[in-house]
Design a protein around this ligand. Structure first.
Ligand code: AP5
Length: 219
């Protein structure tokens, strides 16, 4: 099955998808991570994506859909997948449905629901590991040693799109698109809603229950 994890920027999709993937054996596929890898590699796709990401806007559908199609064709995505950050537009929802219509693979969505003021605090306090991609927060999820990744020891950085003005632009440009995608899954009877407010561990348990209810059970 394919579990689509929906949520606003900073809702906790990456944090929770990582834990849910570890518990269920699903592949965790995050469009933001794929774009950042392309940017780091200096590819043409990365150069295009960076322009939109730094402006807080969505990367055009044709670029995003082609990139995710290539990623989902890899063997680790053949069975269970958690999609983090895709789909984000009606065209992306349709492309995903079309890609799996023939195989009969189930697509279910869960929305991590978080208030806007909480999102801003989470995004501006986030620090990430440039080496292994792990995410931290200055107060909510600090590393054991200040400024260093717990997993690999690299020096933590601030994502370029977590600067206060870019966070404001991301919320302004992207919340409307999220609502449209949420409506599509709701109207097709494939949407569950999980409160994304509270501690990381309690949300993990809530999400695990909701995921199990739609068929993504622990392994
Ligand atoms: P992407 O990387 O997907 O960014 P995003 O959706 O804005 O999501 P974030 O990664 O910012 O947040 P998150 O929900 O994963 O939260 P996290 O767990 O890190 O995309 C980047 C850009 O790429 C987009 O802006 C767009 O330009 C482009 N893009 C991506 N996908 C696209 C698509 N499909 N189409 C077009 N363009 C696309 O948590 C955030 C912080 O909060 C962390 O510090 C964390 O430690 C902390 N935290 C998490 N949970 C809690 C909690 N419960 N309590 C306290 N703190 C918490």
């Amino acid at each position: 099955m394919i579990l689509v994890l929906l949520g606003a920027p900073g809702a906790g999709k990456g944090t929770q998808a990582e834990a849910l993937a570890a518990a269920t054996g699903a592949a965790h596929v995050a469009t933001g991570d794929l774009f950042r890898a392309e940017i780091a590699a200096g590819s043409a796709l990365g150069t295009t994506a960076k322009e939109f990401i730094d402006a807080g806007r969505l990367v055009p559908d044709e670029v995003t859909i082609a990139m995710i199609a290539a990623r989902l064709a890899r063997p680790d995505a053949a069975e269970r997948v958690i999609l983090d950050g895709f789909p984000r537009t009606a065209a992306q929802v349709e492309a995903l449905d079309r890609a799996y219509a023939a195989s009969g693979r189930r697509i279910e969505a869960l929305l991590l629901d978080v208030d806007r003021d909480v999102l801003v605090a989470r995004l501006t306090g986030r620090r990430v590991c440039p080496s292994c991609g792990r995410s931290y927060h200055l107060t909510n999820r600090p590393p054991r040693v200040d400024g260093c990744c717990d997993a690999c020891g690299a020096t933590l950085i601030t994502r370029s799109d977590d600067a206060a003005e870019t966070v404001a632009a991301r919320l302004e440009h992207q919340l409307g698109a999220l609502q449209a995608v949420v409506a599509l899954y709701r109207d097709s009877g494939r949407l569950g809603v999980v409160s994304g407010t509270g501690g990381i561990d309690e949300i993990r348990e809530r999400l695990a229950r909701a995921a199990a209810a739609v068929g993504l059970t622990p392994r």
